[in-house]
Design a protein. Sequence first.
Length: 256
Amino acid sequence: MTSRKHYASGEPCWADLQTRDVAAAKTFYGQVFGWTFKDLPTPDGRSYAQAFVKDQLVAVIAPQNSMQEAAGTRGQWNIYISATDTEEIAEDAVHAGGKLQFGPEAVADTGVLAFIEPPGGGTTGIWQAGTHVGSHLFNEPGALAWAELLTPEPQAAVAFFQQLFGHEVTEYPQDDGGSYSTLMVKGDEVAGIVPADEGDEAGWQIYFGVADLRKAAEAAAAAGGELLVEPEAKPETGSLATIQDPQGGVLSLGQV
């Protein structure tokens, strides 16, 4: 178990959950991943929870903002891509045909945050590290392992991220005539871009690693979650499942 100290520009580096019930989400994901938590105050007097695998920070569970709560928004996992200059990425996103949804904004000394949207949709966090580099573990049980954007405009999204981060791209033709695209940094595949099903909105599918896929899926169901994609009978490394927590947050699991 090696602690990550750095993420290159263009690599997914962090994921967090916004939910209407932080305490309930802690109980749920604690049972799925065995996480421990540290509660910290928010500026509005509520609290958020840092999640740890042993002593390694791997995620945050945060309360929704007032607009999300009022709208009855379901829980949402967010993905963040590492950047050396969030302000530059935010400006380039608009010139590349995307949208700037929020920021850039310094989060104390921890880093600089923005949210952007590529053509076709799919809110994407951008993170310029300060004291917080991102997840301390990657592709380990209980930690962020992969992310892929499902979008109605996959080729436009690929070009968008290439323009922002200089990603190399590998294309994997699919039986339906489409293509699964992977974004690459220094020869390593770091994220996927996938054609969305007709009528579906764009969004990121985020994967966390687990040591035993069936055990994790069973724990999710026992904790009140729903299995959206059930694991195969005898999962192996690379096998997948998708769960939904009781507050509506959707997360995929991959056996690592």
